[in-house]
Write a protein that binds this ligand. Structure first.
Ligand SMILES: Nc1nc2c(c(=O)[nH]1)N(C=O)[C@@H](CNc1ccc(C(=O)N[C@@H](CCC(=O)O)C(=O)O)cc1)CN2
Ligand SMILES: Nc1nc2c(ncn2[C@@H]2O[C@H](COP(=O)(O)OP(=O)(O)OP(=O)(O)O)[C@@H](O)[C@H]2O)c(=O)[nH]1
Length: 443
């Protein structure tokens, strides 16, 4: 039997032990599974309490069971849900009972969503939005992902695709009309007007995009500077602030290498370049490798120093803010080269003086950096690249039309094809594995 036709199951809720766990089952065996384990098939979509028993009638758990016959459900196949107590042994017993059925197996990451996609329940941009929603840490990430899940980009892309196909139909009709290669202007002119309007709309979306792709991964701020100036102390100060959402990725045993901050809903990762050091521990090595790679293309560098004559020694295109540390050590006698202001700060990392001001400036930086991405439609590089292909194709269509209508029509076909790829309608087998592999199991 093809893996696609097998019935799949997975834990869809968080790591056990948990108060309640949700185990989802999807596929042709779902109904038989519920009937066997729960002793009955509950009415569709009605939460029903049942004592689950395995095939040998041994009790598994006192549970709530839901039955969602396909195709009007999340995956488009028959679906069953078992809401059980979230203990490890309960789940092990339930999984053993499920695995005992023929043609039933545990799901791959993202396999439920992949089936939903293959059954036309959502397009690829919506599936990507779903994955982003699950991984959203901040409010703005959640907002952008939810827009994608709700099909904002998908709906636009479908509309664009339909209009491109209309325009190319006009041109092709013109080609069929003319024997001598002279296509009537009444057909070409409206087609080109359509293409121009489309190109304008797509270019507007691309330009107004801000940096919402970055919203997925977060802005990266590197703390750099000479040894012993207080980089780790500042990191720990940031990690202790309530703005820290996911922290710390302990790299070394003592020091925090990365802190993730939620700055006004924007995700910002701060990296301590001092924490990036040689280590023999393979787990740490991986953390160090990641931190180094991320710091190398940071979006902003905080250059920390503890004296007024701080020579900046940093390559890269990112803006650099000078942060003078240890002002508690009587900096009064030593006048600063520059007073506080844009890109210049004075702090005491150990006492916390000036740290809130630094954080406020980071919030402002993030707001400016992401500016306008509230209205961003594009969440991923894959989506942006395809839309850029579409715009380029439309532009070429307008220039080559003078050389021949067939060439223009061909450009439109290619542009429509790119939109088809964006939506996952055509020619995407190669990327589906990559996209769904990133998903959670059970989603
Ligand atoms: N218990 C539980 N909670 C969950 C999910 C789930 O699968 N189970 N979801 C998992 O994703 C999300 C909700 N998503 C859903 C998406 C589609 C349908 C659904 O039944 N769609 C049908 C009918 C539409 C309707 O009646 O509203 C369809 O598309 O045909 C249900 C849930 C989040 N919460
Ligand atoms: N007085 C004072 N001492 C500080 C301040 N910040 C850090 N220190 C001290 O400076 C020393 C170095 O601090 P670290 O945070 O380890 O400096 P670092 O830049 O991470 O050092 P390396 O990892 O060697 O690059 C420690 O003894 C800190 O306690 C500060 O604001 N005031």
């Amino acid at each position: 039997m093809h893996p696609r036709d097998q019935t799949i199951f997975a834990l869809s809720s968080g790591r056990p032990p948990s108060a309640i766990a949700l185990v989802r089952v999807s596929g042709p065996q779902a109904g038989r599974i519920v009937t066997t384990l729960a002793g009955k098939l509950p009415p569709p979509r009605m939460a029903t309490r049942a004592l689950l028993r395995d095939v040998g009638q041994r009790p598994i758990d006192d549970a709530v069971v839901l039955w969602f016959p396909g195709p009007a459900n999340a995956t488009g196949e028959d679906v069953a849900e078992f809401h059980v107590h979230g203990g490890r042994a309960v789940l092990a017993a339930l999984f053993a009972a499920l695995s005992a059925f023929a043609d039933v197996r545990s799901a791959e990451p993202g396999e439920f969503t992949r089936r939903a996609f293959e059954n036309g329940k959502l397009d690829l941009t919506e599936a990507e939005g779903l994955d982003d929603l699950i991984h959203a840490d901040t409010d703005r990430q959640r907002h952008q992902a939810l827009r994608q899940l709700k099909g904002l980009l998908g709906d636009r892309a479908r509309d664009w695709r339909a209009r491109i196909i209309e325009a190319s139909a006009l041109i092709e009709a013109g080609i069929d009309f003319s024997d001598e290669g002279d296509v009537p202007a009444e057909l070409i002119a409206p087609a080109l007007a359509k293409v121009k309007a489309l190109l304008f709309e797509i270019e507007e979306v691309l330009a107004g995009q801000g940096r919402s792709e970055r919203l997925r991964d977060g802005l990266v701020v590197a703390i750099a500077g000479p040894p012993n100036v207080g980089k780790s102390t500042l990191m720990n100060q940031l990690a202790r602030r309530e703005v820290a959402i996911v922290s710390p990725h302990a790299g070394t045993t003592r020091d925090v290498i990365e802190v993730q901050l939620d700055l006004d809903g924007y995700p910002v990762t701060v990296i301590d370049t001092a924490g990036i050091r040689e280590t023999d521990d393979p787990v740490e090595q991986e953390g160090v490798r990641r931190a180094r790679a991320r710091a190398a293309d940071a979006d902003l560098v905080l250059w920390l120093s503890d004296s007024s004559q701080a020579a900046i020694d940093h390559d890269g295109s990112a803006p650099i803010w000078k942060v003078r540390n240890k002002i508690d050590l009587g900096a009064a006698g030593r006048p600063l080269a520059e007073g506080p202001g844009q890109g210049s700060f004075q702090i005491s990392a150990s006492r916390g003086d000036g740290v809130l001001e630094l954080i406020s400036a980071l919030v402002e930086f993030a707001q400016t950096y992401f500016g306008g991405s509230e209205s961003g439609l594009i969440g991923r590089t894959r989506q942006r690249k395809l839309l850029e292909d579409v715009a380029a194709g439309l532009r070429r269509c307008l220039t080559v039309v003078g050389e021949g209508e067939e060439l223009a029509a061909e450009e439109l076909r290619t542009a429509a094809h790119s939109l088809g790829r964006l939506l996952g309608r055509v020619d995407v087998e190669d990327i589906l594995d990559v996209i769904f592999r990133e998903f959670c199991v059970g989603k």
